[in-house]
Design a protein around this ligand. Structure first.
Ligand code: HEM
Ligand code: SF4
Length: 618
């Protein structure tokens, strides 16, 4: 398998994206010109690629595609804008600005993502600059929210529950700052007044409104950028693909640390943060029909002290920069770089670059990868309320003014807002005095901690998919709630309403909803059709296996109903659904992505054989 990937890319030139990056002059391209072109709502292909590094994706409203084509209009181009906030924490003032931007430029809706970010959808090209500038005026950024760089650093979002959480959160912020691209293109393009600024304009380089983190004094060179932005970590072509980091604090694995390119697991000894276990090479995506691609779990390779975290992250990234596949993008994630050469090779290379050796990993134990809802009191006497936000979608519905309710809370709240890795929202650091005020608003606007929903719904995630995502093959966010209504009927019949089971749906196999780690998962194949996977663990440390392919709703319900019934009748005390489906033989246990396709084929064949033998019965 490793050999096949390496052979496939041998003698191939770098992919077109590599050339675009190299020729972009540190991510500038012709973005200002594209933004000023009034003839189209889109940007050039090259700038489309580069804009991702600036935190925005060009999309089009797919619901309108056919109609616009019929009317001979260009697609309804619009942009998704992603805001970075390490660990997903913003102040109430920042939240109010995001709420306001969503109302003005993004169709009155905000989306909380599975990586603790905010997303706006539907921003028109004419409003893009204003939106990004206002995000920055709120002292947030969109730089490196997408693109071939380190993205938003995820972190267990409950830092004030203990001193350890606070310390870990501080490390996540420092990691994010340390790994930020150094290019000044972002500041030139988005932050210099109304005028789209030419990158050769000296003033714009000398007087950026907000300095780039880590950038020192600027010495201009004729080519339009200074030595300070030569990307000491990334180099001029950045990374071969996106790069994701998350920090978990056991027993919570809410960040799904094994889904990350680079995961850190906080090790607490005698009440103190002793350091972190390092896990490398996780990733969720795959390409249908290409068995050389697969979701993979990050593998724990060692332990280091807290203050060594920046150095470890930087060296891991430079290995991926130097060895990652730059010819075929679908083979370019760190998981394949490692699987193509071996975990032992990677550990040795990392130790060599560090100049010291990682210690042996230390013991840890995860209990769940979901969120804990409702009020929790922190060690410092402050309160935190985790609200259930279905699929992270914030807007006002006729019978559910969620967006207004949260805005009213932001107006009186003195603590902060925290996004969870499961698309929910924590009203954090509520003073005992303010708690009653917040409770009254929660009640008034009908906000919920999910208590009246089934435990399955409380543990559900769906990616955005249709109509905005260009890669979606089926609905996810728009369909999962409806499917859950029907699954809840089955759960009620089996007496499982309060049984916590994780369920996730992605509109395509890229896996933005981290489907490969759920106990039950779906990835879109075609409108209304999904692959069904079973057997992830409640702790997020096992991959699920393909159980049925390309099925619609009726078959989904017919497949799951008897499994729910058997689980209710035959489970052992405390046995989780994902563990049960393995013990009962529906699918086998998989902890290495390289076994996944074989396991899926076995499960499909076993199912076909069982149907065959049933049909042969007299
Ligand atoms: C080849 C792989 C992938 C590609 C090309 C890709 C592309 C995209 C695109 C185009 C969107 C925007 C959809 C929209 O908001 O309209 C998106 C959303 C998102 N992706 Fe990915 N993605 C990939 C894999 C992943 C993976 C593995 C993760 C994390 C486990 C992830 C995390 C996210 C998140 C957090 C969002 C925001 C929306 C949400 O919460 O669902 N992506 N991705
Ligand atoms: S999983 Fe696929 S459909 Fe869903 S947001 Fe990601 S790329 Fe789009």
């Amino acid at each position: 398998m490793a050999q096949d990937r390496l052979t496939a890319s041998q003698n191939l030139p770098p992919s077109d994206v590599e050339t675009i990056k190299l020729e972009s002059n540190y991510l500038r391209g012709t973005i200002p010109e594209s933004l000023e072109n009034r003839i189209t709502g889109s940007v050039s292909t090259m700038d489309d690629r580069l804009l991702k590094f600036h935190g925005t994706y060009q999309q089009d409203n797919r619901d309108l595609r056919l109609e616009r084509e019929r009317q001979k209009l260009e697609p309804s181009y619009q942009f998704m804008v992603r805001v970075r906030a390490p660990g997903g924490i913003v102040t109430p003032e920042q939240y109010l600005i995001l709420d306001d931007l969503a109302r003005r430029y993004a169709g009155g809706t905000l989306r909380l993502t599975t990586r603790q970010s905010f997303q706006f959808h539907g921003v028109l090209k004419w409003n893009l600059k204003r939106t990004i500038r206002e995000v920055n005026e709120a002292l947030l950024t969109t730089l490196a929210a997408c693109g071939d760089v380190n993205r938003n650093v995820m972190c267990n979002p409950n830092p004030y529950q203990s001193e350890i959480h606070k310390e870990v959160y501080e490390w996540s912020k420092r990691l994010a700052e340390h790994l930020m691209p150094r290019t000044r293109a972002y500041y030139e393009i988005w932050l210099d007044g109304e005028k789209a600024v030419d990158s050769r304009d000296e003033d714009s380089v000398k007087n950026p409104r907000i300095p780039a983190p880590g950038a020192g004094s600027l010495e201009r060179k004729g080519s339009g950028y200074s030595e300070d932005e030569t990307e000491p970590i990334y180099g001029p072509t950045y990374l071969p693909r996106k790069f994701k980091i998350g920090i978990a604090v056991p027993p919570s694995n809410d960040v799904d640390v094994f889904s990350q390119d680079l995961g850190f697991i906080a090790i607490v000894e005698n009440g103190k943060l002793a350091g972190f276990n390092v896990a490398v090479g996780g990733g969720m995506g795959m390409t249908y029909g290409d068995p050389l691609t697969y979701p993979q779990l990050a593998r724990v390779i060692g332990f280091h002290r807290p203050e060594q975290i920046l150095e470890v992250a930087e060296k891991v990234i430079t290995i991926q920069r130097d060895y990652g596949n730059r010819a075929i993008r679908k083979y370019a994630r760190l998981k394949y770089t490692i699987d193509d050469r071996s975990v032992e090779w990677f550990r040795d290379e990392l130790n060599r670059r560090l100049g010291w050796e990682l210690e042996a990993p230390r013991p840890f134990r995860f209990e769940h990868n979901g969120d804990r809802y409702g009020w929790v009191k922190g060690t410092d006497g402050k309160w935190h309320l985790t609200l259930f936000i279905q699929n992270g979608r914030i807007r006002d519905w006729d019978d559910y003014p969620l967006m207004t309710g949260l805005r009213e809370i932001a107006k009186v709240h003195t603590g902060d807002f925290r996004l969870t890795p499961n698309q929910n929202l924590i009203i954090g650091n509520v003073s005992p005095r303010n708690k009653r005020k917040i409770e009254a608003l929660v009640e008034k606007y009908g906000l919920t901690d999910g208590r009246h929903h089934s435990a399955l719904r409380r543990n559900s995630i769906a990616c955005v998919a249709l109509p905005t995502c260009g890669l979606a093959m089926a609905d996810a966010e728009r369909y999962l709630p409806e499917l859950l209504d029907k699954l809840e009927v089955l759960l009620d019949e089996a007496g499982l309403r309060e049984e916590e089971i994780t369920i996730r749906m992605s509109g395509c196999p890229n896996g933005c909803a981290r489907p490969a780690l759920a106990e039950i998962a779906f990835t879109g194949k075609a409108p209304g059709k999904y692959n069904l996977y079973l057997g992830g663990s409640f702790e997020g440390d096992r991959l699920n296996v393909l159980y049925k392919e390309n099925i619609g709703e009726t078959e989904i319900l017919e497949t799951l109903a008897p499994i729910f019934r058997r689980y209710a009748a035959e489970r052992q005390p405390g046995e989780r659904f994902g563990d049960f489906v393995i013990r009962a033989g529906y699918v086998r246990e998989v902890r290495d992505g390289r076994d996944l396709h074989a396991a899926g084929q076995e499960a499909l064949a076993a199912f076909a054989a069982s149907v065959g033998s049933r049909q042969q019965l007299p």
